[in-house]
Ligand binder design. Sequence first.
Ligand SMILES: [Cu+2]
Length: 174
Amino acid sequence: MEGVFFVGDIVNRTDQELERLLPLMKKFFWLIPLGVLLLTACGAEKGIEIHDAWMRPARQGENGAVYFVIHNHSSQADELTGVTSDIAVAEMHESRMDGDIMQMNQVESVPLEPYAEIKFAPGGRHVMLVGLKQDMKLGDEIDLTLHFKNYQDLTIRVAVSERALPEDHPSEDH
Ligand SMILES: [Cu+2]
């Protein structure tokens, strides 16, 4: 008798606790999917993003230099292995000041460390559009496709705009 009573007591207590817990569980149950959602959002690799792509105006037959920022959001290292364009031969270049002379070298690839932010900017790395097939006027836009060692190809929009260049970062027009 005593045992049965004891078991009943436990059951009753459990029920009471459940009754107390249930509203609480209902109240906070939405936290679980929210938590999962946040984990998913943080865990989801955003991959590689290109920001702020632009180039200065240039004439048909000339070269144009394209600038942008590559952001590797991934914990995996990658590599920019090439760039292609429909309106010119696209090469990756790196400018360096050697005394008063701007040296420009073609680079085959650009390493992208995990979470790296790599700037293509006047006076440094740029994509050279060699022998433009068309005039590039203010407000024009072109597509440029970036190829990576691991990541999918990214086609970006490049806007032609006039931006002030720092005096110690001469133009890449050549
Ligand atoms: Cu160049």
